[in-house]
Ligand binder design. Structure first.
Ligand code: F6P
Length: 553
C-alpha cells in the first residue's frame, strides 16, 4: 500500500526499496512466510521460544508468535544497520541535534541518567526542589489560605503535561505513600474542571499548572477558571500563591499568573512534551508515590536506556519491536497496532502511547522535508484486558484487517489473596495471543459441531462463521510485578521503539507541526462565535450563524 498525499509536495524522498538493498529479499521472505503457519515455525525450530526472547530491565519480551524467522529477521537487522541505527542511537543519547526542525537535542534520557550529558546541576537542583515541595505537602508544612493542609492536588495540563503523569500515577497506585488525592484536568470543556471542583474544598486544594510553554489554551483556560473558583472563597488574591504551583520553562508567564518564583519548577527545551514525565512534569507521580519510588521509576528507565545503548541490534528489545512494526506495516499491510495491557493499573497506557507514538511518527515528510512515498507511523489503539475481549477482539480474530498486537502482562497481583483471580486475568491474556496465533480451522469447527449433535446442512451453514484464521502476530511483554522500576522500563521501551521506527522512516519524531493548525484556526472561530468579524470558509460561517441564531451564551 502506498500513501499518497495528493502530490502536495513536489520533491519526493527515496522509496524504501531505493534506500534499502535488502528490500527484494524481504519481499521474498514475506511471500514464503505468508504460506507458513506460525505453529510450523515452532516445529521447524525447537529453540524458537528461546531464540525469540529478550530480557532487559526487568521485562521479558517473547516475540516468537510473529511471522518472522531467522532469515527474515537477519535481513531486517541488516536494514536497520543500513539506516544507520547504531549511530542514530548514539546521537539520541549523546545529545546531538536529533530534532532537526527545531534544532534541539531530545534528552529525556538525561533526566534518568546518573551522569546526565547535559545540565547535570540544573537537573539535580530541579529534582531537589521537587522533593522539597513533595515533602512540604506530605508533611503538612504547606498550608492553604485558611491554614488547612492540602488533601487534593489537581494537575492542570494537556498532552504530554497530562497523559504521562496521569498514566504513571494510576499505574503506581499500589505504591501511593500518602493519602493526598491526585486529579487530572486537561480538556477545555468546562465540565471537565467543574465536575471535579464540585467535590473539592478550595482551602485544601493545590493546583499544579503543568505547561512547558505556559501558552496552551486549554491549560490556561482551566487554570484561570480554577483561580476564579479559589478566589470566590479565599479572603484575597494572595491565596493564589498558596494554592498554585507550576512546572514550566516560561517562568515569567507563570509568575504573571500569580505563582511564586520558588514554586515554579523548571523544564527545558531539550525535553519534548510527550517525553516529559521524567522531569518535574512528573510532580503528580512524586506526590502520589514519594520521591523514592519516583527515583526508582527513573532508574528502571535508565536500565532500559543502557540496554538500548549496549545490546546488539538483534538482541535489542526496542529495536526488535521497532523492526517488527516496520515489517508488518510495509510487507503485511498493517496500518494499525493494538496494545493490550492485562493489568488494571495500566489502563491509561494505550492513551499515553497514542500521543507518544502518533504525535512522534505521524509525519508526511522526511528529515530533509521531502514527501514520503511510503506510510509512516501506524494508528495506535487498545484497551485494558479483559474488557477489550468483550468489545473489539472480535475484529482482531475474525475481521479483515491485519492487526499486530502487543500483550503486556504482569505475573503477580498486588493484592493479597487474589492470586487465583489474577491467574484468570493472565490466562485470558495468554489465551488471546494463543487464539490469534492458532485460530480454529474449518475441519476443527466441523468436528466440534458434529460432536454437539448438529446435523449436516446446519453444520455446513454455521461452520464458516466459526472459523478463525489465526496466524495473526503478537508480542508478549511480561514482568513479574508492575513496580516503579518495571513501569519506567516499559515506558522507555516504547519511547525507544518509536525512535527506532523514526530512523527507519527517516523522519523527525520530536516535532509536532500538525498540531499547530487547529490551534491557529480556533482563534478566529472563537472570535466569530463571540460576534466579531472573522475571515472563514462558508461551511464554518453557516455553523456559526446557526449557533448565534440560537443565542447560546
Ligand atoms: O499537543 C501539542 C503539544 O504541544 C504537546 O506536544 C504537548 O505535550 C502539549 O501540547 C502541551 O504543551 P504545553 O506543556 O506547552 O502546555
Amino acid at each position: 500500500m502506498q500513501y499518497k498525499n495528493n502530490g502536495a509536495l513536489p520533491v519526493t524522498a527515496p522509496t524504501l526499496a531505493q534506500r534499502f538493498t535488502g528490500w527484494p529479499d524481504l519481499q521474498q521472505h514475506q511471500q514464503r512466510l505468508q504460506k507458513t503457519r506460525l505453529l510450523d515455525l515452532f516445529a521447524q525450530n525447537p529453540q524458537r521460544v528461546n531464540d525469540c526472547a529478550i530480557d532487559a530491565a526487568g521485562l521479558h519480551l517473547d516475540y516468537s508468535k510473529n511471522l518472522i524467522d531467522k532469515a527474515s529477521l537477519d535481513t531486517l537487522v541488516q536494514l536497520a544497520q543500513q539506516a544507520g541505527l547504531g549511530k542514530a542511537i548514539e546521537n539520541l543519547l549523546n545529545g546531538s541535534i536529533v530534532n532537526n526542525t527545531e534544532k534541539r537535542a531530545a534528552l529525556h534520557t538525561a533526566l534518568r541518567s546518573p551522569a546526565p550529558v547535559i545540565e547535570a546541576e540544573a537537573i539535580a537542583d530541579a529534582f531537589k526542589r521537587m522533593g522539597e515541595l513533595v515533602e512540604k505537602i506530605h508533611s503538612g508544612t504547606w498550608r492553604g489560605y485558611s491554614n488547612n493542609t492540602i488533601t487534593d492536588v489537581v494537575n492542570i495540563g494537556i498532552g504530554g503535561s497530562d497523559l504521562g503523569p496521569q498514566m504513571a500515577t494510576h499505574a503506581l497506585k499500589p505504591f501511593h505513600t500518602h493519602p493526598v488525592r491526585l486529579h487530572f484536568v486537561s480538556n477545555v470543556d468546562p465540565s471537565c474542571l467543574q465536575d471535579l471542583l464540585a467535590h473539592l474544598d478550595p482551602s485544601r486544594t493545590l493546583f499544579i499548572v503543568a505547561s512547558k510553554s505556559f501558552t496552551t489554551l486549554e491549560t490556561l483556560q482551566n487554570a484561570q477558571a480554577a483561580r476564579r473558583w479559589l478566589l470566590a472563597s479565599a479572603p484575597d488574591e494572595s491565596a493564589t500563591a498558596r494554592h498554585f504551583v507550576a512546572v514550566s520553562s516560561a517562568v515569567q508567564k507563570a509568575e504573571k499568573f500569580g505563582i511564586q518564583t520558588a514554586n515554579i519548577l523548571p523544564m527545558w527545551d531539550w525535553v519534548g512534551g510527550r517525553y516529559s514525565l521524567w522531569s518535574a512534569i512528573g510532580l503528580p507521580i512524586a506526590l502520589a508515590v514519594g520521591m523514592e519510588h519516583f527515583n526508582a521509576m527513573l532508574a528502571g528507565a535508565f536500565a532500559m536506556d543502557e540496554h538500548f545503548r549496549t545490546a546488539p541490534l538483534e538482541k535489542n528489545m526496542p529495536v526488535i519491536m521497532g523492526l517488527l512494526g516496520f515489517w508488518y506495516q510495509h510487507f503485511w499491510q498493517a496500518s494499525t497496532h493494538v496494545v493490550l495491557p492485562y493489568d488494571h493499573y495500566l489502563r491509561f497506557f494505550p492513551d499515553y502511547l497514542q500521543q507518544l507514538d502518533m504525535e512522534s511518527n505521524g509525519k508526511h515528510v522526511s528529515r530533509a522535508g521531502k514527501d514520503l512515498p511510503y506510510p509512516s507511523g501506524p494508528v495506535i489503539w487498545g484497551a485494558v484486558g479483559t474488557n477489550g475481549q468483550h468489545s473489539f477482539h472480535q475484529l482482531l480474530h475474525q475481521g479483515t484487517h491485519f492487526i499486530p498486537a502487543d500483550f503486556i502482562v504482569t505475573l503477580q497481583s498486588h493484592h493479597k489473596d487474589c492470586a487465583e483471580q489474577h491467574r484468570h486475568l493472565l490466562a485470558n491474556g495468554l489465551a488471546q495471543s494463543q487464539a490469534l496465533m492458532c485460530g480454529k480451522s474449518l475441519a476443527q469447527v466441523e468436528v466440534e459441531l458434529r460432536e454437539q449433535g448438529l446435523g449436516e446442512p446446519d453444520n455446513q451453514f454455521l461452520a464458516p462463521h466459526k472459523v478463525i484464521s489465526g496466524n495473526r502476530p503478537s508480542n508478549l511483554i511480561a514482568t513479574v510485578l508492575l513496580t516503579p522500576a518495571t513501569l519506567g522500563a516499559l515506558i522507555a521501551l516504547y519511547e525507544h521503539k518509536v525512535y527506532v521506527q523514526s530512523v527507519l522512516w527517516d523522519i523527525n519524531p520530536f516535532d509536532q507541526w500538525g498540531v499547530e493548525l487547529g490551534k491557529q484556526l480556533s482563534g478566529p472561530i472563537f472570535d466569530a462565535l463571540s460576534g466579531n468579524k472573522s475571515e472563514l470558509d462558508p461551511s464554518t460561517i453557516a455553523t456559526i450563524a446557526s449557533y448565534r441564531s440560537l443565542s447560546i451564551k
